[in-house]
Ligand binder design. Structure first.
Ligand code: GDP
Ligand code: MG
Length: 708
């Protein structure tokens, strides 16, 4: 019977035990020579196993696959050009994290991989326990335990090779993903490579006779971004090469501008982040000898018992700071907006135009701008969490909880970004490879309380709660948001999109001080978006709402209404409010709250400006004499006119938290899911959920006599 010919190549760090395993596999059937053209030792041998005739190539030991040394170039050239059937990566199990760095790069060469965890004896003596099954799933490659010096694991390696050749490992392919700034550039470079320079990917020209040799496009893009000496050199020799080189300079510069570091450095960091994440999940260590600062911090932040309380503590601090530090500048802007309104009012003839300007535009847009300091602080906090590397830890810590919800910890990162704004959060779900995971995450992310809800909370909390409890009230809303998101994820997983999540690696980047520039760029980007929103959607909604409040301004007989209150009640807005009143009355809301909530369908901030307008129009009758703090007078007016209590205020905040994400979110959701089905579903489920939760809280509050 003819034996099947198989070629495998051994790759690994120096001293990982490659030669030892090579000898175990091949016995005496080996010969040594040099790779053609370079004085790097080439060792080849043969192994026979079952009906396989296996050629084993011992690659030079390397720590990475850049072009720094001839060894590294030889190793990667052999892998790419000779395309072994299987790449056997020998790792020193007693130093796994470090050894996995090479693995991350071997995976990018797109050759099937088998991992051999050698030196298992040393690792076990050091007190490490490795979950081989989980490790295989995380890395998408079979894993074999070995002790080369005692010839343990040799049979298992051969068996794994045989199994691989006869079928597949049954493991899902796993690619390492870099931070999104890098992924974006890789995408661009890959597109350029495929459209402008297919020839560059084909090395057939320097391989006589073989025409199917192609570099993996993603790998080439990564290497070019890394400024790889060998590939950059090759770039100079092809058509369009200088064009590509220019584009690369731009790509590198863009990354450097945003993050403040070279792509080379960042790629290395991300690979280590991946390796660290793998180790944290699949290895349990008791004896720690050399501990880096990152590990020391992680031993606390990722601690099984402390992780979640610490996460909640950090969140609590963030929202507390947002609320308290935002207070004073908020008052300054508020004073400025009021002064502007008064000045315009005083210098214009009384009438519709003046009303439009003062009540509609200045009141509406200004009412939202007042909350800019809070929102800036929130963005700052999120930028700090992202930049410092803590965001990834939060996802790690929440992994267990998220699994219970049928999601993976990775889904938690988009959800956290949702604390800032749901639009970028939905984009961030693109890192989730499984479409169902991604969809479930997109459906629940709007429940994470975004920055646009903050003005509503800030206004109502300042009006109805004492400063001492304000921060905690705010925190409770965020917590309810997270909890509902997790519960709904479980519900959707069970009834709508069943399926279990597979384990994923969660990268753990080293902790670093985020650079000032990085933070300013992120804050400015998001603030600019917010200002644009204030200038467009919110402006339009304010004018629209003003119109709905102001017209019709005469009754059936064509007479103006006697009081502003009567006018308001009979306006279009009043009619809309009255129409929804029966539905929301069980929640303790009157028609005015109804108007506010309907106006918030466009953008949640508008709830605030609408309420401002609602209560100030009527105020004109009373001709307020004493100069009061506007927020306190708001509370007074809301109490008098709508019977607001702290309980109703809280329920209104809850409702605002849960119901319908804003128009921008629905539009992005439509784009990302290719249709209106899921945005429509999200609208429907959030309204129903908002009603139910508000009802329960309101009734429970009444029954227990809290906040009434
Ligand atoms: P290479 O540089 O990757 O080719 O590594 P070698 O095969 O030369 O091994 C380096 C050293 O580690 C040698 O002294 C081996 O005897 C030893 N070694 C190899 N495998 C094991 C193992 O599983 N356990 C222990 N304790 N030592 C090993
Ligand atoms: Mg060796």
């Amino acid at each position: 019977m003819k034996k099947k010919q198989v070629v495998i190549a051994l790759a690994g760090n120096p001293n990982s035990g490659k030669t030892t395993i090579f000898n175990n596999l091949t016995g005496s059937r080996q010969h040594v020579g040099n790779y053609s053209g370079v004085t790097v030792e080439k060792k080849e041998g043969r192994a026979k196993y079952k009906d396989f005739d296996i050629t084993v190539v011992d690659l030079p030991g390397t720590y990475g696959l850049s072009a720094y040394s001839p060894d590294e170039v030889v190793a990667r050239d052999v892998i790419i050009k000779e395309k072994p059937d299987l790449l056997v990566n020998i790792l020193d199990a007693s130093n796994l994290e470090r050894n996995l760095y090479l693995t991350t790069q071997l995976k990018e060469l797109e050759v099937p991989l088998l991992l051999v965890l050698n030196m298992a004896d040393v690792s076990e003596k050091n007190g490490n326990r490795i979950d081989y099954t989980l490790l295989a799933k995380l890395l998408g490659a079979p894993v074999v335990r070995a002790v080369g010096s005692k010839n343990e694991g040799t049979e298992e390696i051969l068996e794994a090779v045989a199994q691989f050749i006869s079928g597949t490992s049954g493991l899902a392919e796993r690619q390492i993903r870099y931070r999104h700034e890098i992924e974006d550039e890789l995408q661009k470079i890959q597109e350029l490579l495929s459209t402008k320079n297919q020839a560059f990917l084909e090395v057939a020209s320097d391989q006589a006779g073989s025409h199917d040799l192609t570099y993996p496009a993603r790998w080439v893009a990564i290497k070019l971004l890394e400024n790889d000496r060998e590939l950059m050199g090759r770039l100079a020799t092809i058509n369009n090469g200088s064009f590509l080189a220019d584009e690369l300079v731009k790509s590198r510069q863009r990354i450097k501008n945003v993050i403040g570091d070279d792509p080379e450095t960042l790629l290395v960091e991300d690979r280590y982040a991946f390796a660290r994440g793998v180790c944290r999940e699949a290895c349990h260590r008791s004896g720690l000898d050399r501990v880096s600062l990152t590990e020391k911090i992680d031993n606390i932040l990722l601690n099984r018992a402390l992780g979640i309380p610490l996460f909640l503590g950090i969140m609590w601090l963030l929202f507390q700071l947002t609320f308290t530090l935002g207070g004073p500048p908020m008052e300054w802007i508020d004073a400025g907006v009021s002064a502007l309104g008064e000045w315009v009012g005083a210098h214009m003839a009384e009438g519709l135009l003046s009303s439009l300007l003062v009540d509609g535009i200045i009141g509406g847009v200004g009412g939202v701008l007042v909350f800019l300091p809070n929102i800036l602080l929130l963005f700052l906090g999120i930028a700090l969490l992202e930049g410092s590397g803590y965001m990834a830890r939060a996802a790690f810590v929440m992994d267990n909880v998220m699994h219970r919800a049928g999601l993976h910890g990775k889904s938690f990162v988009p959800m956290l970004i949702g604390f800032g704004c749901t639009v970028p959060a939905l984009m961030a779900t693109r890192t989730l490879e499984n479409p169902r995971d991604r969809l479930v995450t997109m459906l629940v992310t709007p429940l994470m309380s975004c920055g646009a809800r903050l003005p509503v909370y800030t206004l109502l909390i300042a009006a109805f709660f004492s400063p001492q409890v304000g921060g905690n009230i705010l925190f409770s809303l965020y917590l309810i948001g997270i909890t509902l998101a997790i519960i709904m994820a479980r519900v959707f997983r069970t009834f709508l999109l069943p399926g279990e999540t597979e384990p994923f690696v969660m990268e753990l980047p080293i902790y670093r001080w985020p650079t000032l520039k990085n933070i300013i760029i992120h804050m400015w980007e998001r603030t600019w978006l917010y200002l644009q929103k204030a200038g467009t959607i919110i402006l339009a909604m304010s004018i629209l709402m003003w119109g709905l409040f102001t017209f019709p301004n005469v009754d059936n007989q064509g007479q103006p209404y006697a009081t502003s209150a009567a006018q308001l009640e009979n306006s279009y807005a009043g009619k809309v409010g009255k129409a929804v009143e029966p539905i929301i009355a069980p929640l303790g809301f009157d028609w005015k709250a109804g108007v506010a909530l309907v106006s918030g369908l466009g953008a949640k901030e508008v709830v605030v400006s609408t309420m401002g307008t609602l209560y100030s129009i009527e105020d004109n009758d009373a001709l307020a004499e004493e100069e009061e703090e506007s927020i306190n007078s708001f509370a007074e007016k809301a109490k008098q006119q709508s019977g607001f209590t702290p309980l109703t205020a809280y329920v209104l905040m809850l409702f605002t938290l849960i119901y319908v994400p804003c128009l921008a979110v629905l539009a992005v959701m439509k784009r990302e899911t290719n249709g209106w089905k899921w945005p429509a579903f999200t609208m429907a489920y959030t309204v129903i959920l908002a009603w139910l939760v508000s009802f329960v809280v309101y009734r429970a509050g009444l029954w227990m006599g809290i906040g009434v």
